[in-house]
Design a protein around this ligand. Structure first.
Ligand code: 5RP
Length: 235
């Protein structure tokens, strides 16, 4: 079974966690999009009434096309659940996110939610975070200096040879990728992150860093799509 089919199974299983009247944070990326589409079908069938808050313009578009009602985040005094994908998940439910470049809004919403539910195919489960390059969102002003400081910060927490690259719009373009918030992304190939808590703190205090893709204390449920169904892991 392909990763896409596993993502689809995880997305459908996540509907079990959505209750009538909830405010739902809608994640970004291909798995979250499958969930938003499945949610739209439930709403169209008249089974469910919820309000969604999207974590990206892309998700906002998918939600509108799928008939999922949205509210601006400023109108929500609380968020019941956030449902999102991830690039890596370790055994302690710690994540790397931001492969799609939406990590800042994803983190704001995941952190505000009573519960974050993560949807992945089984290739995303890792023993230790770091094989996926860690996205770090930075202000464009002085980004070359920020990139050197990010390199130093990663070295200081035990990553021997980090490679810090600015994300481009396309593979052979010189134009930087720009997030919905108007920032750049530095993709930091670490190999392995020996101490994710220390890395998170070290990155957070670099001036110019807006946020990083380590989600260390947000996920409470991980739904893993497998070949013959889903595995549900709960903290
Ligand atoms: C976007 C993200 C995504 O959740 C992550 O990249 C996983 O994407 P996909 O579901 O397409 O595999 O963090 O910023």
């Amino acid at each position: 079974m392909s990763a896409v089919s596993q993502k689809q199974l995880a997305a459908e299983a996540a509907l079990e966690y959505v209750e009538d009247g909830m405010i739902v944070g809608l994640g970004s990326g291909s798995t979250a999009a499958l969930f938003v589409k499945a949610l739209g079908q439930r709403i169209a069938a008249g089974d469910l009434s919820i309000k969604g808050i999207p974590t990206s313009r892309e998700t906002e578009e998918v939600a509108r096309e799928s008939g999922v009602p949205l509210i601006p985040i400023e109108q929500a005094d609380r968020i019941d659940i956030a449902i999102d994908g991830a690039d890596e998940v370790d055994g302690r439910f710690r994540l790397i996110k931001g492969g799609g470049g939406c990590l800042l809004r994803e983190k704001i919403i995941a952190d505000a939610a009573d519960r974050m539910i993560v949807l992945v195919d089984e290739t995303k489960l890792v023993a230790r975070l770091g094989a996926f390059p860690l996205p770090v969102e930075v202000d464009p002003f002085g980004w070359t200096i920020t990139a050197k400081k990010v390199f130093d910060a990663l070295r200081a927490v035990g990553i021997a040879r980090p490679v810090v690259d600015i994300r481009r719009k396309q593979r052979d373009s010189l134009d930087p990728f720009i997030t919905d918030g108007g920032h750049y992304i530095l993709d930091c190939a670490c190999g392995e992150i020996p101490d994710a808590d220390a890395a998170g703190i070290a990155l957070s205090i670099v001036p110019g860093v807006v946020d990083h893709g380590l989600f260390l204390d947000q996920a409470r449920v991980v739904i893993v799509g497998e070949d013959d169904g889903v595995k549900i892991l709960e903290l």
